[in-house]
Design a protein around this ligand. Structure first.
Ligand code: PMP
Length: 354
């Protein structure tokens, strides 16, 4: 840190992204990336667009917003496109939280919410999940602030039915509820249909997981035209060219290839079921994940220990050291082959301990 950094950033604890090691080839199951390449149409369109990189991208993302809105069943003025969904989440913190309007979220959820709150100098309140990691919507009814709910949640993988979220949104017309649906395509129920009915609901999604585009950085928000106008105001005050030309083109390609997208989601759901069954046989307890990852704890082997043992054998999973979840690991659901390697490696580790 230099002596020039302003005080407000000196105390900031940045988000720790999952490891991206270069020293050896890992079976990478730590950052919830897709094991499948992007759609061929996405690749083709991005390549063609590369030739036009001397030009700025369309700041309105008109074509992509139009197609996305159509897919979401809403009008284009209800959609904003961003540089990954992290960016629209940050915009929501900027637009809807301040000293008097704190952010409210679960104690175990996406770790970036805390960082966004700190970055923007806004207070936050964490509401503990229940013992089984489920989220009690009733406890959010009186939460005075802007609510952020990851649904399905990360890293627990648990999903709330849309009707539960609707209760919360309907009960609090005077505050914004942000529903982060990064993992919704793997078995969750999207709240996008509710955005036409409630002006205080913002739904956030990403192309990073189910559309295999984590490297392109494309996310979006869906909400009332007024909310989208607010977020666009923030966007134009930070970086109007937040979505680059190649990413925009890739997004159009990905959205045009619905078959490929659905097929990949189906494969992940199948591989998740297979892996969960195998892990259960090996003595793991798992949450009922509706995402592209599993959240698992072994009856004997500690969370940190399993993480280290797997890493030493070339399999990377995500371990969080916070107290309530330190015995768990979050394991991305990859290809069937990757899942077989994971299971075989765990069998070897357990075998060696007998
Ligand atoms: N929300 C949740 C719950 C996530 O796990 C992630 C991925 N780290 C994101 C949002 C952000 O994803 P991206 O910026 O790649 O769209």
């Amino acid at each position: 840190m230099s002596k020039f950094l302003t005080e407000k950033y000196q105390k900031l604890k940045p988000y720790t992204p999952g490891e991206q090691p270069k020293e050896r080839e890992y079976v990478k199951l730590n950052t919830n990336e897709s094991p499948f390449p992007p759609s061929a149409q996405a690749i083709e369109r991005a390549k063609a667009e590369a030739e036009k990189l001397m030009l700025y991208p369309d700041p309105e993302c008109k074509e992509l917003a139009g197609l996305l809105a159509e897919k979401c069943g809403v009008s284009p003025d209800r959609v904003i496109l961003t540089n990954g969904s992290d960016e629209v989440l940050n915009f929501a913190f900027m637009a809807y939280c301040d000293e008097r309007t704190p952010a409210v979220f679960a104690d175990i959820t996406y770790g970036f919410y805390k960082v966004f709150a700190d970055l923007n100098g806004v207070p936050y309140r964490e509401i503990p999940l229940k013992e089984d990691f489920s989220l009690c919507v009733d406890e959010y009814m009186t939460a005075d602030g802007t609510v952020f709910i990851a649904n399905p949640n990360a890293p627990t993988g648990l999903a709330l039915p849309r009707a539960e979220i609707e209760k919360l949104v309907a009960a609090n017309p005077s505050r914004v509820v942000v529903v982060d649906e990064a993992y919704v395509d793997f078995g969750g129920e999207s709240c996008i249909p509710l955005t036409e009915k409630y002006e205080n609901l913002l739904v956030v999604q990403t192309f990073s997981k189910s559309r295999s585009m984590a490297g392109a950085r494309l996310g979006f928000g869906v909400g009332s035209p007024a909310l989208i106008e607010d977020l666009t105001r923030v966007r134009y005050s930070t970086n109007p060219y937040n979505v680059n030309k190649m990413t925009m083109a890739a997004g159009l390609g990905a959205l045009s290839d619905e078959e490929y997208f659905k097929g990949n989601c189906r494969k992940i759901v199948e591989n998740r079921a297979w892996t969960a069954a195998e892990l259960t046989k090996l003595g793991f307890a798992l949450t009922d994940s509706k995402t592209n990852f599993l959240f698992a704890k072994h009856e004997k082997l500690g969370g940190e220990e399993l993480y280290q043992e797997l890493k030493a054998r070339g399999v990377l999973v995500r371990h969080f050291s916070s107290e309530r979840i330190k015995e768990y690991n979050r394991i991305t659901v990859g290809s069937r082959k990757q899942m077989e390697i994971l299971i075989d490696t765990i069998k070897t580790i357990l075998e060696e301990r007998k």
